[in-house]
Write a protein that binds this ligand. Structure first.
Ligand SMILES: NC(=O)c1ccc[n+]([C@@H]2O[C@H](COP(=O)([O-])OP(=O)(O)OC[C@H]3O[C@@H](n4cnc5c(N)ncnc54)[C@H](OP(=O)(O)O)[C@@H]3O)[C@@H](O)[C@H]2O)c1
Length: 273
């Protein structure tokens, strides 16, 4: 019997690539998104369902869980992929923007995990895969709010790794580096800095670096990350962490073997700040 996977944030980027990848591998796929009625790339068939799920709306999470189980009987893997980046100096972010970052990237994941856990516990099986980021292990300038939401998700995942093994449930994190998706485009929530001109020059230098084609040329593809998610879903190992992408592996190598001072110093010099 085919296995079944549920993916959040499958309307674009990594989530969409993962939905396509697992479908091609013969899995039953529930691609969840905020507006399934607008989806044109992914097509429903007997192994692909498009259900509404907004991670900020608990009732939509509960409904998606119930419809997924009704569609495929048993869910084997749940991927918490939905997320986005807030960008800018902390002071320039409104309370609403900062809280929303955590509501989507962190509390939304908690609500999804709580919703699928009874099913996984009843089956005494299941894999929870949280898409964090290399930015969940180290930070980049002006990404502190985003990175801290992913640090929180890393910590939560480590805790759950211990707590859920007794029920046969595996917890895993995927840590991508830079990936060519809508992340840096329509999904980026840039803080309005007009009231904080003292950051103008600093922000300009960093924004120029992030938008330099030379910086983005080594970014990985969402299909590459989908392959890493597939490995995590199927390797039957209790491995917690899966770095995805050359840059993520390089950053982590520096941090791990040379320490945070050295790695942060290198990042500072590289950014020109
Ligand atoms: N791209 C990178 O460089 C990179 C690197 C490391 C980690 N990541 C992580 O990878 C994950 C996927 O991002 P991506 O790169 O694929 O970017 P993306 O193409 O912008 O996709 C983000 C997805 O999250 C969804 N989303 C946003 N808010 C949501 C909400 N409230 N409820 C449900 N879905 C919501 C978006 O849905 P809509 O279409 O409705 O907006 C979209 O499907 C994120 O968690 C991101 O932090 C990305």
């Amino acid at each position: 019997m085919s296995k079944a996977i549920v993916i959040t944030g499958a309307s674009s980027g990594i989530g969409k690539a993962a939905a396509t990848f697992f479908h091609q591998k013969g899995w039953n796929v529930v691609a969840t998104m905020r507006n399934p009625e607008k989806e044109t790339d992914l097509k429903e068939d007997e192994r692909m369902k498009l259900f509404k799920l907004d991670v900020m709306d608990k009732s939509s999470i509960a409904e998606a869980v119930q419809k997924s189980i009704a569609a495929f009987g048993k869910i084997d893997v749940w991927v918490n992929n939905a997320g986005y980046g807030a960008f800018g100096p902390l002071e320039a972010g409104t309370d609403e923007q900062i809280r929303r970052q955590y509501d989507v990237n962190f509390f939304g994941v908690i609500d999804c995990i709580k919703a699928i856990l009874p099913h996984f516990k009843a089956n005494r099986a299941g894999v929870i895969i949280n898409v964090t980021s290399i930015g969940g292990l180290l930070t980049l300038p002006l990404f502190g709010v985003y990175n801290s939401s992913k640090f929180a998700l890393e910590g939560l995942s480590e805790g759950l790794w211990f707590d859920l093994q007794q029920f046969g449930i595996k917890v895993k994190v995927i840590e991508p580096g830079g990936i060519k998706t809508d992340f840096a485009g329509r999904s980026l929530d840039q803080f309005d800095q007009s009231e904080f001109p003292e950051y103008e020059n600093y922000s300009k230098i960093i924004a120029e670096k992030f938008t330099d084609p030379d910086y983005a040329k080594n970014f990985g593809s969402p299909e590459m990350v989908a392959g890493v998610i597939y490995t995590a879903a199927t390797d039957n190992k209790t491995t917690l962490r899966y770095l995805a992408g050359k840059d993520a592996k390089q950053f982590w190598f520096l941090r791990r073997w040379f320490g945070y001072k050295f790695q942060m110093g290198m990042a500072k010099r590289y950014m020109g700040i």
